[in-house]
Design a protein around this ligand. Sequence first.
Ligand code: NAI
Length: 668
Amino acid sequence: MSNPVHYHLEDGLALIGLANPPLNTLDQPLRAALADACERAAADPAVRAIILHGADSLFSAGADIGELGSPASCAVPALPDLLTRLTRIDKPLIAAIGKLALGGGLELALACGYRIGAPDARVGLPEVNLGLIPGAGGTQRLPRLIGAEPALNIMLSGEQLDAERARLVGILDRVADSAESLLDNARAYAHELLCASAPARRKERYPHPADELHDEFFLDFRVEHESRWKGRLAPRLILAAVEAACVLPLEEGLIREQALFRQAEESPQSAALRHVFFAEREAGKVPGIDASTPLRSIGKIAVIGAGTMGGGIAMNFINAGIPVTILESQGDDLDRGLERIYQNYASSLKRGKLRAEQVRQRMDLLTGTLDYADLADADLVIEAVFEKLEIKQDVFRTLDRVCKPGAILATSTSSLDVDQIAGVTCRPEDVIGLHFSSPANVMRLLEVINTRKTAPDVLATTLRLARQIGKVPVVSGVCSGFIGNRMLERCAREAQRLVLEGANPTQVDGVLTGLGLNMGVPGMPALAGQRREDFKVITLAERPAGELQIPRRPIDDQEIHDRCLLMLINEGIQLLDEGIALRASDIDLVWINGYGFPAHLGGPLYYAEQLGLDKVVAGIQRYRKELGAYGEMWFQPAPLLERLVAAGKTRIEPLWPAALQPALFLAS
Ligand code: NAI
């Protein structure tokens, strides 16, 4: 195995290059090699300063997430110990940050006395997204470097800062002239420090981070933010760690950080979030599609319909620098649609999220038209007109006539049969569904609907494009509602039935939002407005309940939770068995990224695994008995669920023969 660290001595400087591609994750072999290289440089009298850099420019994306929770994560040298050792070397250490310094990667840079970043570098402490806290000194060193409150905000948001912002807040000392000159600028910086006899570490800017804060800061901060954290543990632990940084000396603070880190690492929430992390890396992988699958080039995009979805869809592409032509049937509708997009950007400008120049650049990439002839050179056309099969089929007949050969034709339908839409064209192999969630420019989910006729290169191209615009693509086969809406329908029916049986809509909403869902089912129509008790609805529910002879009774929260969740889970498992979804984790991603299911519970099918599959079956069978004819109609365990339990499985997986998988998904 090649050495994961390059060592090079020149002109009094030791250049230590991390070489653990592709991301320089700080796994045990890299940590051990880095420790050796740093000891060598520390002991060599010819070395006066040390530069740590990414051998292939990228600095480090942080810990090896696969190691977390296993003995390998703390195998000697453990990262916290290694970094403490680096802080004690009595020669200046300069971190030269190319591309990324995230998590443990930034903590490594914080253990150096000085930091210079490439102009395109991004830094951050995203551990909170994995239910963790920075566990290698980040919670203690960052507040001492930039102050407690800014450090807290960076850790709680998990956001990535660009190089200029990182310099302004004080994480970087300098930004290099260009990415290419990073190492040369780092060398020059090292020589400047040596000429000035600079200390190995400069004095901490905030040795007592609490001095900047008012007495009740942590109490007030908790009160202000707690409701937003819902049931999440990691933000609370981050707050506790930063509080420790404010009241304890560094050595004791580091010990406290370790204890809090272990608590986070061992929590079920972190396990669930790690499941989500790996699920995202799996999503969009389709058996039979790989690096050798050809891709179509996508330079120009057209969107048909400038309504709620069309506008949001167009924004995704212009945000990524891809020109979009948007077509409407009437001039007024077009003007209104373009204005709505502009107003969206104007509000980002007002909130400081975009600069005026960026708004102008984006709007310059957008062209409106009423003429299909303007779509002749589009590489991808996404239809987003009214949800009516005949209207969509008309649009596709026209597209078939006007679009160039090889153009990908996509429909944004949320429930219609994509095969029937594709069927009106002479090129069904070029047709695919792209089901965005609303607001399309914000929500990360993109359900990619693959028909039996969709060409593999069309699927592969759309998956790559989805990643390019920052979406989480999940492939779904054709069925009514696809993965997300078909499951929602089962859960929503149960919620409505519970209201007929006597549950209060607010109670149903409360149980589901209490679980962490962004919206309980009854609250969904209030997406534009306030959610509040409407007594008319309760009265309204009494009439059909009477007509249908549904006895009304008080219903407790547990029953609401169980019935809604059991229906959601059961339908997800059924979708897997039918080959509509490829893997259980894809279904989890649909619900986390499109329907507000809490990521720290891992998604509905991961949640089912934690409940226990045998308990899920037992719950369904219980309501089958208790709910009479209604129970018999709906509470039927999915056959795959029963097979999994019979086989003693604890994980949800499709039990298809592997050879069948590509056949389920790819056009022959
Ligand atoms: P919308 O009613 O806001 O917009 C539809 C637009 O299409 C209108 O501006 C209309 O003037 C235009 N249009 C209608 N027929 C046309 C034609 N023949 N040629 C050109 N333009 C035409 O509808 P919305 O909500 O944007 O939905 C669009 C599609 O997206 C539907 O298929 C819907 O099911 C789907 N969808 C909607 C979601 C939502 O939350 N609104 C979520 C996910 C998908």
